[in-house]
Each structure stands twice: as C-alpha cells, then as structure tokens.
Write a protein that binds this ligand. Structure first.
Ligand SMILES: NC(=O)c1ccc[n+]([C@@H]2O[C@H](COP(=O)([O-])OP(=O)(O)OC[C@H]3O[C@@H](n4cnc5c(N)ncnc54)[C@H](OP(=O)(O)O)[C@@H]3O)[C@@H](O)[C@H]2O)c1
Length: 288
C-alpha cells in the first residue's frame, strides 16, 4: 500500500537539523534508508538543487530501486540561467528523464524572474516535469498565487502541532486540485529536544515542547507518533515529508505513522500547542 509519508533528503546532502549529532548520512546509510522507504510503500522523495550533494547521491542510488520513486526537486533562479538549464541539471544529477514535480525553492524568484513561469509551463508541456509548484514559508504567499489565478499543481508547506498557519488554506488548495505536501512536522528535530536545554533564542518554545512530552507520556505514545499522526489526520494532506538521520529514525517514523489512535486520544491536548510566533516557527529566523 502507498504510504502518505514522503522522504525528505536534505540530510543526504548537507549536515542539517537543530538536534543533529550525526552529521550528513553516509552513502551506504542513504541507500539503506531509500531501500527501506521503498519497501514500506513510500513513493515520493523530496530534494532540491540547494541541498548540497542530495540530488547526486540520489542519482547514485535510485537506478537499482524498484518500484521507481516520484522525485520532487526545487530550483533557485539565477541570472544567466533558464528553467530549462536548471531542470536539465537536476535530471542529469538524478539520472532521470523527468521529474514528478519541480518547485520554486524561493518564493521571491516568482516575482523577480517574471518570464520563468511560462518557460516552466513549456517544460511541463514537453514532459520534463509532471507538476509545477512552490515550496513556501508563509500562507500569504499561497494566498497571493490564488488571488492572481496562477495555475500550479503542488505546494510544500510547513505544518506541525506547533505550526498550523496553513491549515485554513488546505481545503482551498484541494478544491483547486493542488497536491499538498507538508514538511517540518518535527520542526527540524526541535520537538525531540530537552526543553530545559534549548538554545537561549528558542527557550520560549520550552514550555510547549515540555507539554508535548507530557501529552506523549499520558497517551503512552512516542512524540514522533503524535507529530506524524497530527499531520496525517488532516485529510487534505497528500504527503508528509519527513527528514531522518538514519534507519532508526525511519523505523520509528514508520511505526509512529501507523498509530492514528494515539493522536485521536491526545487530540484536545495537541490542539493547545499551536504557536503563532514566526520567530519560533521558522528555522531561518531561529537565534541559536
Ligand atoms: N524550504 C524547503 O523547501 C524545505 C525546508 C526544510 C526542509 N525541507 C524538506 O523537508 C524534509 C524534512 O525536513 P525538516 O527540517 O522539516 O525536518 P523534520 O522532518 O521536521 O525533522 C527532521 C529531523 O528530526 C529528527 N528525527 C526525525 N525522526 C525522528 C525520530 N523518530 N526520533 C528522533 N528524531 C527524529 C532527525 O534529526 P536528529 O536525529 O538530528 O534530531 C531529522 O533530521 C527535508 O529533508 C527536506 O527534504 C524543505
């Protein structure tokens, strides 16, 4: 059966994550994670041209894997390049003829490179990519696309027990036929940290992380199961993109994603963890 989890691969290309003690995955660990994900019915991988070696690492692993994954990659526009160049680069590194989706990694590029969207539509018509879309951080970015009537196929947005800013947009996106992928369900690993040991700039998250631990204890469930279950329970979410530091994390998340009853039991408490402060929700704003 197809899983609604998708595997994020920033950890394959760079050292990443606020709680990361292991560094970047080795090539053999990355291959083992991919094989296990395929066996578990995960059909979608998320990567980007901005994730160091991630695309190239995937290009070395994917040819031996069956069934074939859907690959979502992202680009960053730059003067002297075209969407076609950037897509060709991703395809060459990944060793594929087409992508499932190609997303703007930086929303500002949509505004700063006005001719690019039509060129991207041409690449889609030519079969180089099945879906076009945006990876964003702010609901207003999606709202402005919807208001302008820009046609797009897929979005990737942050969503977690803490960050529910996009929730009102999910039904609107589904009605418009847009595929919804959510990321950062563990807030880069912050959800697992000792609330008393957070960096000073994130200490304000301590009480909510502590409450999440207490809720998990009360429900007799791991924190990972509640974070995953919360995102998976939204029927508008097509894929929950998870980052892992190795096979152990993946195994825990596979078993955690299969415990929806824990989330239902803890739901009222989880709903109390919502946070509005973007200085705490958005990793690029974190003062560590
Ligand atoms: N702008 C964008 O488009 C964008 C931005 C960020 C991420 N992404 C994508 O989304 C994916 C997910 O990234 P994210 O940062 O949002 O990460 P996340 O999924 O919220 O957290 C991932 C981190 O949580 C920890 N973790 C995961 N499962 C665990 C478990 N069961 N037990 C304990 N720790 C666990 C691991 O770090 P430790 O073990 O080191 O704690 C892992 O690196 C990325 O791989 C990337 O593909 C996209």
């Amino acid at each position: 059966m197809t899983s609604r989890l998708a595997l994020g691969t920033v950890q394959f290309g760079v050292r990443y994550g606020i709680n990361n003690k292991k560094g970047r995955l080795s090539g053999s660990e990355a291959a083992a994670v991919i094989r296990r994900a395929a066996a578990a019915g995960i059909d979608t991988l998320d990567t980007s041209q901005a994730y160091g070696e991630s695309e190239a690492v995937l290009g070395g692993i994917l040819p031996g894997i069956s069934p074939a994954f859907r690959v979502v990659s992202k680009f960053i526009a730059a003067p002297g390049h075209t969407p076609g160049d950037l897509l060709s680069g991703s395809l060459a590194r990944l060793g594929r003829k087409s992508l499932y989706a190609f997303l703007y990694h930086r929303f500002s590029d949509f505004r700063d490179y006005p001719a690019w969207y039509d060129e991207l539509l041409g690449l889609k018509a030519g079969g180089g990519v099945e879906k076009l879309g945006f990876s964003v951080y702010y609901p207003e970015e999606i709202q402005s696309l919807l208001e302008k009537g820009v046609g797009f196929d897929l979005v990737q947005v942050p969503y977690s027990v803490f960050d529910r800013r996009f929730e009102p947009l999910f039904p609107v996106l589904k009605k418009a036929g847009v595929e919804v992928h959510v990321r950062s369900v563990f807030l880069q690993g912050l959800a697992f940290m000792d609330p008393s040991g957070l960096p000073p700039g994130l200490a304000a998250m301590g009480p909510k992380i502590g409450r999440l631990r207490t809720i998990a204890q009360k429900a007799g469930a791991p924190v990972s199961a509640l974070c995953l279950g919360f995102a998976l329970r939204d029927p508008h979410v097509d894929r929950v993109v998870i980052g892992v530091d190795g096979l152990d994390d993946l195994e825990n998340n596979l078993s955690g994603s299969a415990r929806p009853g824990d989330t239902e039991k803890a739901l009222q408490d989880l709903l109390g963890l919502s946070e509005k402060n973007e200085e705490l929700l958005l990793p690029f704003k974190w003062k560590k």
